[in-house]
Ligand binder design. Structure first.
Ligand SMILES: [Zn+2]
Length: 307
């Protein structure tokens, strides 16, 4: 025996290639083998591995969930709503049959999109209003309330005349008669740049129609006017707008929409009857999590929650 060099190959003459060259060749071979291994593995999975990566943003996987999982709202704990207080001067707005209802699932609405022309804007607003109303009719009929659709009107300037008088705003609702809703040029400007603007504004104004049907508006105007009462009404409509938008089946409210919604709450006009930035962010976000309309009951919370 000679220790057979098989293992220990008899030293060959000095390798022709410098050691570095040999090592990098070996490394390259290893890399190719690994790549080949990966390729074969993915082929064996029948290409599924590739597909989720092509999915558009709204089905973004959250950490820990597998690819393709539906995005979920971030986990948040909300204080439970206090019960209506029969002794409170606000009781007339606190307690009504709408509170126990779930936000209506909006079905058959157009997918959200920005608008380009006045005609396109009017058509999008009218279609969304009709879709929201149609989606609420079963609940309204179950509660024995009027299912007559309020009229939709448009104006070019800052404000519009209505049965409730002349008002200036991007949009407003007048509760006189069967109700009327008015959308103005300032909303058109918003709808040109944000695809959820029609949802946000139409659903908000429809929230005011629901306040009218639920007796909240009548109970409010029976009290002496205060800015706090107006803020509670506005923040409830903002909260319900979030609830209806999150329950709009025509699109997936995903991470991008959530981010844009918070950005909007963080940039829309605050103060006055609209409420503070903090209150708008609170109620405009809480609505996204609403399981019942009572989750937006701004009439039962202390004044500190509706600043
Ligand atoms: Zn409003």
């Amino acid at each position: 025996m000679v220790k057979r060099a098989a293992r220990v190959r008899p030293r060959r003459a000095k390798p022709r290639y410098p050691r570095g060259v040999v090592m990098s060749v070996v490394a390259a071979v290893v890399v190719v083998l690994v790549a080949l291994g990966v390729f074969l593995a993915s082929r064996m999975l029948g290409g599924q591995a590739a597909a989720p990566e092509t999915e558009p943003a709204h089905d973004v996987a959250v950490s820990g969930a597998g690819p393709g999982a539906q995005w979920q709202l971030p986990e948040r704990r909300w204080e439970p709503m206090p019960p209506p207080d029969p002794a409170s001067p606000l009781h007339g707005m606190q307690a009504n049959d709408l509170n126990a209802q779930p936000p209506a699932a909006l079905t058959g609405c157009a997918a959200p999109a920005t608008v380009e022309t006045i005609e396109g804007w009017e058509a999008a607003v009218r279609a969304q209003w009709e879709c929201v109303h149609r989606s609420w009719v079963p609940t309204l009929e179950r509660l024995g309330w009027s299912a007559t659709a309020p009229t939709v009107q448009f104006f070019r300037g800052e404000g519009d005349d209505s049965e409730c008088g002349y008002l200036e705003a991007p949009a407003f609702y007048c509760s006189a008669g069967d109700g009327s809703v008015h959308f103005g040029a300032r909303h058109f400007d918003m709808a040109r740049i944000w695809k959820l603007s029609v949802n946000e504004m139409v659903n908000h104004e429809y929230g005011h129609h629901l306040q009218n049907l639920a007796g909240v508006t009548a109970a409010k105007v029976a009290l002496p006017w205060t800015i706090e009462l107006e803020r509670r009404a506005e923040l409830q409509a903002t909260c319900w707008s979030a609830a209806m938008t999150a329950h709009n089946a025509s699109f997936t409210f995903g991470q991008a929409e959530y981010g844009a919604w918070l950005e909007r709450l963080d940039s829309m006009r605050a103060g006055g009857v609209h409420g503070s930035r903090e209150s708008m962010l609170h109620w405009g976000t809480r609505g996204l999590y609403a399981k019942t309309m009572n989750d937006c009951n701004t009439w039962v919370v202390p004044e500190t929650h509706v600043t």
